[in-house]
Design a protein around this ligand. Structure first.
Ligand code: AMP
Ligand code: ZN
Length: 476
């Protein structure tokens, strides 16, 4: 069953490739993590839901997974290139906290969000713990690949073979992120070390052979992937914007440091953007959605995971509240069917002829570059299979949900009720009113029954008599 070969789209070759691990029985994955100077928006979280789905699929294939998502707690620059203010220090000044406190706070929020989205816990090393190693890398690369300017140590991209082959064509967005620093040899050269300007002190700065300062933002991923996963390793992931600059720069550093033309990761994978009507969701606009906003509007976080899984990770996904509501409804339907399996014995065998076709469909889908949209329909087919042993059905559904991560056996209908932050009644009060109304109706006391309905409506609770989902009520 788990023997369909896993095919993944490699951005380096722009082709589907059959995944064969470098180390027998193991998969090593590195995912570029968040810069913790602000909240992660739901677009960022799409990148981690994708990385988690990849990790779960590799585990499902029987591989021992080592997965790293680094925490960028060194401030890089507001222009995302080599000039502008330090993001971490800027946020610290705005919030009246230290840069270190800012980083810890946003890391905690990020990790809590991962948890709410049922992302399994990978290792979360912090960049500030690897600065010594970054300096060592700088020293190893400087003679052959770098040059010094007043502002720092720069990497000369002409010193490595086919720089930018990952990006292929640099897009306008990519161009905009490359800045002009006086004295750079090539427009795309980038900082390995940024010197603290004379007369200034930064909260986050370290001594180095090039003076006090901080590492350039591309360096940490090369260093941390090498230290934690070894070079070469299997898969490197990130959002599609990283295909343009950050990942080509990581590759250049890997080549320079390892004295090799090899990019260090065998497969580079990129998720496409979450967009809204105005375009790519991004932090720089200042106006973005965080997971908590969805929760405040009453949505369970896993409705957002469902929304992401319904699209292929390489397609753009447009966020809309209607779309999120549709994803929630789909999740509710699944949970209701799973509730019927709650008492079924755990540990059933899945190899029953009745489930063979859906298991095959599921396996083919996820093995085809993580086609979660089709995998979800296989899960629904399994749930709809009639006249089968509940223990077997339960095992099949658990098997599939292990990859999709919807946490179906722990979710309840109550968890999935729309529950806006400003709701005026508690769940218990609503249930109590419903019991009273049912009793009134049983007594044919329709005046009381209507009065209870109106009373609930006034507090924003809609009763849904005859709701096909059997939900009874929702908060409007
Ligand atoms: P950042 O904290 O800006 O480095 O972003 C964290 C991750 O989110 C990176 O992998 C980005 O490529 C990814 N990302 C940023 N914006 C979006 C978006 N709108 N949709 C999907 N992924 C995104
Ligand atoms: Zn990175």
């Amino acid at each position: 069953m788990t023997d369909a070969p896993l095919k993944l789209f490699n951005s380096l070759t722009r082709e589907l490739e059959t995944f064969t691990p470098i180390h027998d029985g193991e998969a090593r994955v590195y995912t570029c993590g968040p810069t913790v100077y602000n909240y992660q928006h739901v677009g960022n979280m799409r990148a981690y839901i994708f990385a988690d789905t990849l990790g779960r699929t590799l585990s499902h294939k029987g591989l021992k997974l080592s997965h790293v998502i680094n925490i960028t707690d060194v401030g890089h620059l507001t222009s995302d290139a080599d000039e502008g203010d330090d993001k971490m220090e800027k946020a610290a000044a705005a919030e009246g906290k230290s840069a270190w406190d800012i980083a810890r706070y946003y890391q905690e929020v990020f990790e809590a969000d991962l948890d709410r989205l049922n992302v399994r816990k990978p290792a979360h090393p912090r960049a500030t713990d690897y600065v010594e190693s970054m300096i060592e890398w700088g020293k190893a690369m400087q003679d052959k690949h770098c040059y010094e300017l007043d502002s720092g140590l720069y990497f000369d991209i002409s010193t490595v073979p086919d720089y930018g082959r990952l990006a292929r064509a640099v897009t306008e967005e990519g161009e905009a992120r490359i800045d002009a620093v006086d004295g750079k040899r090539n427009a795309a050269d980038f900082a390995i070390w940024r010197k603290t300007p004379a007369g200034e002190t930064r909260q986050m700065e370290w001594d180095s052979p090039w003076g006090k300062g901080a590492p350039g933002w591309h360096l940490e991923c090369s260093v941390m992937s090498a230290e934690l996963l070894g070079h070469p390793f299997d898969i490197h992931t990130g959002g599609i914007d990283h295909r343009e600059i950050h990942h080509p720069n990581e590759i250049a550093q890997n080549q320079a440091h390892n004295c090799s033309s090899d990019s260090a990761a065998k497969i580079w994978m990129h998720n496409n953007f979450l967009i809204d009507r105005r375009g790519k969701m991004s932090k720089s606009t200042g106006d973005f959605l965080v997971l908590q906003t969805l929760v405040d509007r009453g949505f369970h976080p896993l409705a957002y995971r469902m929304m992401c899984l319904q699209a292929h990770y390489r397609s753009e996904l447009e966020f809309s509240w209607e779309g999120l509501m549709a994803a929630l409804t789909r999740l509710k339907r699944m949970v209701m069917l799973v509730e019927r399996l709650a008492d079924a014995p755990v540990g059933g065998a899945i190899d029953h002829p009745k489930f063979a076709p859906v298991l095959e469909k599921f396996e083919a889908a996820i093995s085809d570059d993580l086609n979660t949209a089709i995998a979800l329909t296989a899960l629904e087919d399994a749930l709809a299979t009639k006249k089968v042993d509940a223990a077997i059905k339960r095992a099949v559904v658990e098997h599939m949900d292990g990859v999709l991560g919807l946490n179906l056996f722990d979710l309840t209908r109550t968890d999935l009720r729309l529950r806006p932050k400003d709701a005026q009644m508690t769940e218990a009060e609503i249930e109590d009113a419903i019991v009273r109304r049912k009793a009134a109706r049983a007594d044919k006391d329709f005046a009381t029954s209507d009065a209870i309905r109106d009373e609930l409506a006034a507090k924003g609770v809609d009763l849904m008599d005859g709701d096909p989902l059997g939900w009874e009520w929702k908060l409007s």
